[in-house]
Design a binder for this molecule. Sequence first.
Ligand code: CUA
Length: 334
Amino acid sequence: MLTWVPTARAQDSTIRSIQNIFDPLSAPAETIYQTSLLVLAVCAGIFLIVAGLLTYAIIRYRRRGPEDDHEEPPQVYGSAAIELAWTVPPILIVVMLVLVTARTIGEIQHPKLPESAENIRVIGHRFWWELRYPKHGVVTANEIHVPLSDRKKRIPTQMVLESADVIHGFWVPQLNGKTMLVPNYRNTMWIEPFATGIYLGNCTVLCGEQHANMLIRVIVDPPAVYKKWLESQRQPPPPPSDPQAVEGQKQFIANACGTCHTIQNTAANGVFGPDLTHFSSRATLGSGMAPNDDENLRNWLEDPQVLKPGCRMPDMHLTKDQVDVILAYLGTLK
Ligand code: CUA
């Protein structure tokens, strides 16, 4: 039975494992967090007042004995003071919340981003993420590298969100609110992380069998490390020299893997599946499902449908020898 082997993932201390809106680490997420605190505080205040008055009335006017049954409380008809008290303050509260929310939405949807901002195109596919860095000519998948920002020297990242098939949702709670990826439409969002590390997120719109395994990893690196990563992604990998890997490349092409996957400088130029040009530089497989190691990759190549049932990669019925050499070849794609 093929299964995922979860090794490094649990031990990776750089993963900010909480997907928590109350621990924002990015400019727009902070703005949302502050607004949510204000709304929570107002609601908590209203709850305490209402619950307090109710409790008071229940205790103060409870039935104490049979004599209470004959006594009718004073009947009050119409009171301008009471009517004003429960009309005017709620209106003021609602108006205040509307203004604050409108300002927050404005800040998040129409930000003034500096020239230094990065640009990424995120394209949702069933069930993985295509990532394009148009300024740098880099194409990758599932693991979104972005630079760390600094409050003085800002480097936010602007994202254009699109879909190749159905509606998906992009949400990394510590970085920003959710945004949908809608076919034939371009949504935008931005993030501006203030701490390095790996941020986890999920697709938030039910998009098919493997919706739950359409995981997002955002890797925030200091600008120098990010630049190096871009540099390495821009270079096509050198042609394989090891005989096993050379045979693996042949088998990769012969088995039509290249109709769905692209590997730069080879005949593989498909766009239905993730770009594999630097496949080995990615830490995970199957859109964040498991660590990208030999054992998991071997299981994946033997039959992706066992590990990710319903995913778009069919069982290619590769022989053991074919899996061995393709594994060796993919290992060279650093
Ligand atoms: Cu994509 Cu759910």
